[in-house]
Design a protein around this ligand. Structure first.
Ligand code: M6R
Length: 365
């Protein structure tokens, strides 16, 4: 069943080129420089009326939603709020008829996410779901939505579902953008970037030997910081969650520039920092943050471009990813972080597919 892979998690990480392909299949509309998401059951006119988007989710799905916030802000210039489902369901969040509420869930059975959906419905809000499991409770109760088509995910640590969610959110942001200020050529650039992702993930997967070397060092740590900014901040959060779930090493994700407002106090020779640092407009700032960590003798692991000499000089380990337009970079940058967590857990002898205290779907509050 695991097709020669040592664990389901590894199989699912390696499936991600296909995952993205399947999430996008039949949904790219090249002649319009846009996407088609028929399951939303909403007309262009209805979607154009939307003034605000709310996402509610838990765990990894919440991280994917955070990437969605950056994407929708960038491509459609709409305000987005990302809520923990467990908070949303008991808050009195302002909603109106121009707010679009989405819940995101791999399993479609997460109790808090279902609670959030029901609360939004109770308040008369049309609700949409981004779900993997066909026919799940959330899929059935939502008014419309988008399936991920990621196939069964067995590993408790979610990997391919995250990639499928981010791919679908890119399609959603593109669609909302094309109903607003995003031009045909800008939309086409996003489509092309997305179409290139499966083979680029394939390249990122080839870096496993470098990742294993970094894993040897991270496996010695008691605590690890994950830092990323802009669209990579949620990727840092996701990398940290993967590490803590399966290797039981404490890890925290932070926006890179927040480091100096507290977490920098933790840095010492035993506390590695993992920087998500592909090139981008803020790269020089990230490099100077890395220098600050080095000045305190903190080990540095970076996810970045193989030909980035400055990053290579400043890092103990570079986990290479190929270059790509920044809207699709999270789909590449998350891959080495999933593999890093996997190899750390393997080195430590942990039960990777069934980590302690966790279940695949959390059906209690
Ligand atoms: O099935 P869901 O996407 O609703 O699950 C949400 C979280 O329980 C889930 O992502 C959890 O955080 C995973 N174990 C993360 O790897």
């Amino acid at each position: 069943e695991m097709g020669g892979h040592a664990h389901y998690m590894l199989k699912e990480i390696r499936e991600q080129p296909d995952t993205v392909l399947n999430a996008c299949r039949g949904r790219l509309v090249r002649e319009e420089g846009s996407s088609r998401l028929g399951g939303l059951n909403m007309t262009a006119r209805q979607l154009r009326r939307v003034r605000r988007v709310v996402f509610a989710a838990c765990g990894t799905s919440w991280h994917a939603a955070l990437v969605g916030e950056y994407l929708i802000e960038r491509l459609a210039h709409l305000p987005v709020e990302v809520e923990y489902a467990s908070e949303f369901r008991y808050r009195n969040a302002p909603l109106d008829d121009r707010t679009l509420v989405f819940v995101l869930s791999q399993s479609g059975e997460t109790a808090d996410t279902l609670g959030a959906l029901r609360e939004a419905k109770r308040r008369g809000q049309p609700t949409l779901a981004i779900v993997n499991t066909v026919g799940s409770t959330i899929a059935r109760e939502a008014d419309g939505g988008v399936y991920l088509h990621a196939g069964l995910e067995v590993g408790v640590a979610s990997t391919k579902a995250f990639s499928a969610q981010v791919a679908v959110l890119t399609l959603l942001a593109l669609h909302l953008g094309r109903l607003r200020g995003l031009s045909f050529s800008e939309g086409t650039a996003v489509l092309k970037a997305l179409e290139a992702v499966p083979s680029l993930i394939g390249e990122a997967l080839k870096a496993e030997p470098a990742i294993e070397a970094a894993a040897e060092r991270v496996a010695q740590a008691r605590s690890v910081l994950y830092l990323g900014r802009d669209i990579h901040f949620p990727v840092a959060l996701e990398g940290a969650l993967k590490l803590k779930e399966i290797s039981y090493i404490h890890a925290e994700g932070y926006p890179t520039a927040e480091m100096k407002h507290g977490p920098i106090a933790l840095i010492d020779v035993h506390t590695p920092s993992v920087f998500v640092a592909p090139r981008g407009p803020l790269h020089a700032k990230t490099l100077s943050n890395i220098e600050e960590v080095r000045a305190r003798r903190g080990p540095v692991v970076s996810v970045g471009l193989a030909d980035d000499d400055e990053l290579t000089r400043l890092s103990d380990h570079v986990l290479p990813i190929p270059d790509a337009p920044d809207v699709v970079q999270p789909l590449l940058a998350v891959v080495p972080l999933q593999l890093l967590a996997y190899h750390v857990a393997r080195i430590k002898g942990c039960d990777i597919d069934k980590p302690r205290n966790l279940a695949k779907s959390v059906t209690v509050e």
